[in-house]
Design a protein around this ligand. Structure first.
Ligand code: C2E
Ligand code: MG
Ligand code: MG
Ligand code: MG
Length: 279
């Protein structure tokens, strides 16, 4: 097999490279290169109010398009980035790109939606001793108000060191940053840990949404998560809403907002900016 190499040369791909371990290894070095070559960019997925489809926020999602090749999905390269430590420079880049684009939109006369722009934060990033300072510095660098930024954390950020996580969340909230728990219910955190986190938003994972109209247990689960969110005074966003029936279900159960292909797929920043309110 031959494939276009990184420096424009030709590089060999052997059948053994299809082996999972080697594919990972290969992806890792390509990702390292992609970070240097600035091949990563962002798409934004609108988050909308379930009652009237008005925009409440947007999630920044990293994209990797190696020149002349098929795009590689974050579902494939984020795990590699997590394992290799590349998720640290990647996360820094994503934050920088998102705040830079947001600054541009604000300068062009757009207003930030109510729930801000959401950026995914990996547990590794969150564990950095100077994570709070890094976020603060990025906000200052771009002149973006902290209330315009939501950080999406996962349960993985919680299980290692709950006290440290809480302290960092409080420090960032002090600045005005808000927090969403992403993919809720798919990780290993406990409800007792969750209860202690200063969260604003709970995002119901799309794996649960998928079954709500066919599987009574998925329906019960999503219903219970939404009840819990309401009782804990958390704003609830349903992810991955694809059908009118799923939309009706979560709206019925008191969910506030959703993101999903039913409303819009992730899109380039320019297109997302056209949906923003003006000042
Ligand atoms: P996530 O944070 O839960 O992001 C939502 C994912 O669901 C996105 O996939 C989005 O395109 C997809 N999605 C949204 N609506 C629908 C729908 O109606 N149907 C279906 N089937 N999918 C929908 P994407 O962009 O491929 O990202 C996958 C995951 O990769 C993200 O899940 C997140 O965990 C991770 N990721 C993406 N960008 C970043 C990033 O900048 N940093 C970090 N650390 N992780 C990221
Ligand atoms: Mg997310
Ligand atoms: Mg999510
Ligand atoms: Mg998810």
């Amino acid at each position: 097999y031959q494939a276009k190499g990184e420096g424009g040369g030709v590089r060999h791909f052997e059948p053994w490279m299809l082996d999972r371990v080697h594919r990972r290894h290969c992806l890792e070095s390509r990702l390292r290169h992609a970070l240097e070559a600035e091949e990563l960019f962002l798409h934004y997925q609108p988050q909308v109010d379930l009652r009237d489809d008005s925009l409440i926020g947007g999630e920044a999602l990293v994209r990797w398009q190696p020149p002349g090749e098929d795009p590689i999905s974050p579902g494939e390269f984020i795990p590699v980035a997590e394992e290799s430590g590349l998720v640290l420079p990647l996360g820094e880049r994503v934050l920088d790109l998102a705040l830079g684009e947001l600054r541009g939109w604000l300068d062009a006369g757009c207003a930030c939606p109510h729930h801000g722009i959401a950026v995914n934060v990996s547990p590794h990033q969150f564990r950095l001793a100077d994570f709070v300072q890094r976020v603060e510095a990025a906000l200052q660098r771009h002149g973006v108000p902290a209330r315009a930024l939501t950080l999406e954390i996962t349960e993985g950020a919680v299980v290692r060191d709950l006290g440290d996580t809480i302290a960092k969340m409080h420090a960032l909230r002090e600045l005005g940053v808000t927090f969403a728990m992403d993919d809720f219910g798919t990780g290993y955190s406990s409800l007792s840990q969750l209860r202690q986190l200063p969260l604003d938003t709970l995002k119901v994972d799309r794996a649960f949404i998928r079954g709500v109209n066919e599987q009574p247990r998925s329906a019960a689960l999503v219903g219970s998560i939404l009840d819990m969110a309401r009782n804990m005074e958390l704003y609830a966003i349903a992810e991955g809403v694809e059908t009118a029936a799923e939309h009706a279900f979560v709206a019925d159960r008191g969910c506030e907002a959703y993101q999903g292909f039913l409303h819009a797929r992730p899109m380039v920043g320019e297109e997302f900016a056209r949906r923003l309110p003006t000042r």
